[in-house]
Write a protein that binds this ligand. Structure first.
Ligand code: GLN
Length: 487
């Protein structure tokens, strides 16, 4: 099987019996072992479980109960709990944690017959934009090993870009699917907040966290989403509108739009872009040739979004991460002298520097005397950012925007300046604050590194989001470009 074949091609080969799921799993494990040494994109690979799942998939392929995902190898971001699998969240805190249950989104993919081969590397607790905060070491970008793959789902993006697995899951709180997809030249989908269950997904910032998926094309991610998404009573913010909504995410091909749409170009976003603006022009021209119309729109509160996000996300993280106290969960220090000492040393040893920074700033923003000045103000900004989008969507159907100000940066580029790293999220964070669905697709190469274009849609309008991006991919072939790696 050719690395980076599409999910439907692979499913066709499996259905015809050109190869078995076990053979495919063996090839995948072999490629993972060869490439992971230099990429470090997988924290855990479990051959026995992968082969057992592949045998079950072969049974289903034989007895007629297969789905289009049966036998498809997949890797899951190590933020998702899977029963019996080590689940680290990229942290020393959970380095020895074996999950006792499976996240709903992953269970749905398992039920469809996918073959889990491993858990992907990530920024610690999903906090980061470069995968450099992982306790398990940085991930290399398959396009240029000395650059970062993006983050926090950088391991998943690298895994798909390197052709190890055709699909990998991720989570996006402020950009963690879209930005690594852009840096690694793959397609990455962050669905509407509430559409993919958060149950079993280790929490970072619960009002923002959303599961999603990476693949080689819009069609692949749409297919995966059609299985992952749906109402889950175990997630209090899960949306119940699944039927009407999922009908727009067809399992049998993304399909075509009835008529071309009007796409907005947010002028505040384009003011910030440094590399790759000409590639976004290319997207516009390709869509104009298909009849799409473009017009400028304004999202006036863009400049305040990053600051508001880092307050809200930090505040939520500081409460979510309080459960790692060395008693019920997480790393426990040795020989504690008292309960106080146990908490203090377990948490000091278990968390890395970036996670500590978030807990400290988040706790500060929530503390008496600062709550109104920081947290309440950030929530007000969040509402204004959301209203900006809703107003823009009164005149346009979708938005086209950059994903990041530049392409993949060298490791350590922002080591001395975390705030400069945070400001890299300027185009993804507003969308997260508003809870909107968005997709990153490859749209060019700048000095040999991939550039991504971001499509943003109204809440629960994945249908038009996916159809528009699929129309773009039908007309172009940037998503077929691959990094030069061994075959
Ligand atoms: N880079 C952002 C952060 O560090 C977003 C991370 C994410 O989406 N998980 O918070």
């Amino acid at each position: 099987m050719e690395p980076r074949a599409s999910v439907r091609q692979i499913a066709g080969d499996l259905a015809r019996g050109d190869c078995s799921s076990v053979e495919l799993a063996e090839q995948t494990l072999d490629r993972a072992a060869r490439l992971n040494e230099s990429l470090n994109c997988l924290i855990t690979v479990d051959e026995d479980r992968a082969l057992a799942a592949a045998r079950r998939a072969d049974d289903r392929l034989r007895n007629g109960s297969a789905t289009p995902l049966t036998g498809i190898p997949i890797a899951h971001k190590d933020v998702f709990c899977i029963d019996g699998w080590r689940t680290t969240c990229g942290s020393r805190m959970l380095a020895d944690f074996t999950a006792p249950y499976t996240a709903t989104a992953i269970q749905r993919l398992i039920d469809a017959g996918t073959v889990t081969v491993g858990k992907t590397n990530m920024d610690e607790f999903a906090m980061g934009s470069s995968n450099e905060t992982s306790y398990f070491g940085p991930v290399a970008n398959p396009w240029r090993h000395e650059t970062v793959p993006g983050g926090s789902s950088g391991g998943s993006a690298a895994c798909v870009a390197a052709g190890i697995t055709p699909l990998a899951t991720g989570t996006d709180t402020g950009g963690s699917i879209r930005q690594p997809a852009a840096f690694c030249g793959v397609t990455g989908l962050k669905p509407t907040y509430g559409s993919v269950s958060r149950y079993g997904m280790i929490a970072f910032a619960s009002s923002l966290d959303q599961g999603g998926v990476f693949g080689g094309s819009v069609d692949d991610v749409a297919l995966a989403l059609s299985y992952m998404a749906g109402f889950d009573p175990r997630d209090s913010t899960s949306s119940e509108r699944e039927d009407a909504w999922l009908a727009g995410v067809p399992r049998h091909g993304v399909g075509e739009l009835e008529e071309p749409l009007t796409v907005g170009l947010p002028k505040e976003f384009f003011a910030h872009i440094s590399d790759g603006a000409q590639h976004l022009d290319g997207v516009r021209r390709a869509l104009e040739r298909l009849g799409f119309r473009f017009r400028e729109v304004s999202l006036p509160h863009t400049d305040a979004a990053v600051a508001a996000y880092y307050i809200v996300a930090g505040a939520e993280a500081s409460t979510n991460l309080s459960r790692y106290d060395g008693v019920r969960f997480g790393h426990r220090c040795s020989g504690p002298a008292s309960l106080e000492d146990l908490y203090e040393r377990s948490r000091s040893e278990g968390f890395g520097a970036e996670v500590k920074r978030r807990i400290l700033t988040g706790t500060y923003a929530l503390s008496v005397g600062y709550f109104d000045a920081y947290y309440v103000k950030a929530q007000r900004i969040r509402r204004l950012v959301r209203e900006d989008f809703l107003r823009a969507f009164e005149t346009v159907d979708l938005l086209l925007a950059p994903v990041a100000p530049g392409t993949a940066f060298p490791r350590n580029a922002f080591a001395e300046d975390p705030v400069a790293m945070y400001s890299q999220d300027v185009f993804t964070i507003p969308v997260s604050l508003a809870g909107l669905p968005a997709l990153s697709v490859p749209c060019g190469l700048h000095d040999g590194l991939p550039v991504g274009a971001q499509f943003i849609a109204r809440h629960f309008d994945e249908e038009r989001l996916l159809k528009t991006a699929a129309a773009y991919q039908c007309a172009t072939d940037w998503h077929r470009q691959r990094p030069a790696l061994p075959p």
